[in-house]
Write a protein that binds this ligand. Structure first.
Ligand code: C2E
Ligand code: CA
Ligand code: CA
Length: 536
C-alpha cells in the first residue's frame, strides 16, 4: 500500500532517501521498431519510502525542484547509472547507452555538468554509454544559458537528447537554435488524433528532424498502431509501454542481455550552401521557394540502392502524384516504381549528381498507383541536385515535370511514321486501311504528310471528297466503289483516278478482307503514280 507524502514529509525524508537508496533508478528500453533491437534506455527516478511506499515523480519532482534539491536527486541518479554501467562492463555485458534526465533547474547550476563528468570519470565509464536528456522547456530560462550547457556537454562528448519535444510553445525555434543530437517526441502530447491534426504535426516534426539529420525517438508509445504509424512516417525509434515499462536494474540487465543492440544511425551533414535549417523554417526563403516558386519538387535520401522520399511540395503531388495524397507518396518506396531499365537510368543520374555536384537531368517511366485511380505509367523528367551527404547516405533535391502526354504524342507519331514509312516509302505507294463497320480510314504516313490527312478520317470518303482529294466529277464513281466494298459484293477493285486538285493520275487498288462468315471487314487501299507505273 502506498500513500502520497506531503511536501513536509518529502523534505523531512529527503536526506535519508538519498543516503539509504530509497531514491533509485528504473530503466525503460528504447527500441528500433523496424528491427526489434535495443538502441538505449532511459533512467527514470523512483522513490520508495520504507513506510509510505512508492512515490511518483510527478508528485515529488516538483517539490524537489521548488526546494532546490533536484540537483542532488539527479546526481544520485547519475551516480547510480554509472554504478550500473560499471557493473555491466565488469560482468562482461555490453551495455546500451543510458539517458539520464537533467532538470531545467540543473541548468541554472554553474557546475552541474562538471559534477556529472566527475562521476563518469570516477566510475570510468566510456562517455558513449551516457546520454543526457534536456527538456525543451529549459529554453524558457534563456537560450544562451542552455546553449552554453549543451556546448559543455558536447565538449565532454555526451550525446544530448531533446526531451518532450512538441510540448513547448516554441518547439520549432528551439530545434533550430539548439544543437541537440536526438529528438524525443512524446506521443501523449499529440495523442487521440493521429489521423488528424496530431498526425500532421507529428509527421511535420519528423520531416523537419530529417532535414536536420536528427534522429527522432517516439516516447509514450503504448500500442502497435502508434509504433507502426510512427515507423510509416520515418520514425522507427520508440520507447513506451508497448515494449516495456520502466523496470528495476536487474530486470533491465536481463532484457539488455537478451536483446540484440544497435546504435542510433548517425546524423547527416548538409552541404554548406544549402542551409537545412532554413528549408523547414516556415518563414524562410527556402521554404517559400520550395512551396511556391518551383514546380513539383521533392527531397529524398539515397543509400546503397535504396531511396526514401522525405518531403514533397504541393505541386509535386499535383504533377506526378496522380490521385495519391502526400502521405501515400511519402510512404511509397520510390525506386519500386521503376522497371530495371528505368531504375538504371535514375540511379545513374543520382550517381552523376553525387559525383559532379552539378544538376543532372533524366527522363524515366515509372508506375504510379493510387487508391482511386489504380495503376498507371507516367514519364517524368527530373532535375536532380545533391544537397547533403554523409559517408554513404546522400540527400537530393529533385524538380520534376510530368512529360507523359508529350512523350505519348511523340511515340504515337514516331510509331506510325516508322510503320508506314517502311512500307510506303519503299514501294512508292500511298496506302490506307478502311474499316467497313466504322467507316474509318487510316492513312499511311505519306498520305498524312502529302495530303494533310489526320490519323483517322471518319465517315470516309466524304471528308476526302470535300477537301478535293477526289475531284467532284469522280466523286460519285468513288462513292459507288465504297458502296460495293461496304456490301462485300466484290473482293477487289481497281482503276485510274486523277487525284488531288492537280488531277495527278493514280492507279488505285482495293483488296477486301472478309471474316469467316463472309462478312466484309476491312478494305486495303493503295494508290501508285501512273507515271511511275509506265516507267517501271
Ligand atoms: P519523462 O522524462 O518524459 O519520462 C517519461 C515518462 O513517461 C516516465 O514517467 C515514464 O514512465 C512514462 N512512460 C513511459 N512509457 C510510457 C507509456 O507508454 N505510456 C505512459 N502513459 N507513460 C509512459 P515517470 O517515470 O513517471 O517520470 C515522469 C517525469 O518525471 C519524467 O518525464 C521526467 O520529466 C521526470 N523524471 C523522471 N526521472 C527523472 C530524473 O531522474 N531526474 C529528473 N530531473 N526528472 C526525472
Ligand atoms: Ca526524459
Ligand atoms: Ca519525455
Amino acid at each position: 500500500m502506498s500513500k502520497a507524502m506531503t511536501e513536509q514529509e518529502l523534505l523531512a525524508c529527503f536526506e535519508d532517501a538519498v543516503s539509504f537508496g530509497h531514491i533509485f533508478v528504473t530503466y525503460q528500453p528504447k527500441i528500433n521498431h523496424s528491427t526489434g533491437r535495443m538502441i538505449g534506455a532511459e533512467a527514470l527516478m523512483r522513490w520508495k519510502h520504507p513506510v509510505y511506499g512508492m512515490q511518483y515523480p510527478s508528485d515529488f519532482i516538483p517539490v524537489l525542484e521548488k526546494n532546490d534539491l533536484i540537483y542532488r536527486a539527479d546526481l544520485a541518479v547519475f551516480e547510480s547509472v554509472c554504478a550500473f554501467l560499471r557493473r555491466c562492463i565488469d560482468e562482461g555485458a555490453v551495455p546500451v547507452p543510458i539517458s539520464v534526465n537533467m532538470s531545467r533547474y540543473d541548468i541554472y547550476r554553474k557546475n552541474y555538468v562538471d559534477e556529472i563528468e566527475k562521476l563518469r570519470v570516477k566510475y570510468d565509464i566510456p562517455v558513449k554509454y551516457l546520454h543526457v536528456e534536456v527538456t525543451e522547456t529549459s529554453a524558457i530560462g534563456g537560450m544562451e544559458l542552455v546553449s552554453g550547457v549543451l556546448r559543455k556537454l558536447h565538449d565532454y562528448g555526451y550525446i544530448v537528447e531533446m526531451d518532450d519535444f512538441g510540448s513547448g510553445y516554441s518547439s520549432l525555434n528551439v530545434l533550430k537554435d539548439l544543437e541537440v543530437d536526438v529528438i524525443k517526441l512524446d506521443m501523449r502530447f499529440l495523442s487521440g488524433n493521429i489521423g488528424g491534426r496530431g498526425g500532421t504535426i507529428i509527421s511535420a516534426i519528423v520531416q523537419m528532424a530529417k532535414w536536420l539529420g536528427t534522429p527522432v525517438i517516439a516516447e509514450g508509445v503504448e500500442t502497435l498502431d502508434q509504433a507502426d504509424y510512427m515507423k510509416s512516417i520515418g520514425c522507427k525509434y520508440v520507447q513506451g509501454y508497448l515494449y516495456s515499462k520502466p523496470v528495476p536494474a536487474d530486470e533491465f540487465l536481463e532484457k539488455m542481455n537478451l536483446l540484440e543492440h544497435e546504435p542510433l544511425t548517425p546524423a547527416m551533414d548538409l552541404v554548406a550552401k544549402m542551409d537545412a535549417g532554413r528549408f523547414w523554417d516556415p518563414s524562410s526563403m527556402e521554404t517559400l521557394i520550395f512551396n511556391n516558386f518551383v514546380g513539383g519538387a521533392a527531397i529524398f535520401s539515397y543509400q546503397d540502392g535504396k531511396a526514401e522520399i522525405l518531403r514533397v511540395n504541393k505541386k509535386y503531388v499535383r504533377e506526378i502524384g496522380m490521385n495519391m495524397i502526400e502521405q501515400e507518396i511519402l510512404e511509397s518506396d520510390p525506386l519500386q516504381a521503376f522497371d530495371e531499365e528505368n531504375k538504371r537510368i535514375i540511379v545513374a543520374a543520382l550517381e552523376r549528381a553525387a559525383e559532379t555536384k552539378e544538376e543532372q537531368t533524366c527522363e524515366t517511366w515509372r508506375k504510379v498507383c493510387s487508391k482511386t485511380c489504380g495503376e498507371d505509367m507516367i514519364c517524368v523528367r527530373s532535375f536532380i541536385r545533391l544537397i547533403g551527404k554523409t559517408d554513404n547516405q546522400y540527400l537530393f533535391y529533385a524538380m520534376v515535370q510530368n512529360i507523359t502526354a508529350e512523350k505519348n504524342r511523340f511515340n504515337e507519331v514516331y510509331e506510325s511514321e516508322r510503320r508506314f514509312r517502311a512500307a510506303s516509302e519503299q514501294a512508292n505507294v500511298y496506302a490506307w486501311e478502311y474499316d467497313i463497320a466504322t467507316k474509318q480510314m487510316r492513312p499511311c504516313f505519306r498520305c498524312m504528310r502529302d495530303l494533310h490527312l489526320p490519323a483517322i478520317v471518319y465517315n470516309y470518303p466524304e471528308p476526302a471528297i470535300e477537301v478535293g482529294i477526289f475531284p467532284p466529277d469522280y466523286a460519285d464513281m468513288y462513292r459507288g466503289w465504297m458502296k460495293q466494298l461496304d456490301e462485300g459484293t466484290v473482293d477487289h477493285l481497281e482503276g485510274i483516278i486523277p487525284l488531288t486538285v492537280g488531277r495527278v493520275p493514280f492507279h488505285v487498288r482495293y483488296t477486301l478482307e472478309f471474316d469467316e462468315s463472309g462478312k466484309p471487314l476491312k478494305a486495303y487501299g493503295s494508290a501508285t503514280l501512273v507515271v511511275d507505273d509506265v516507267k517501271e
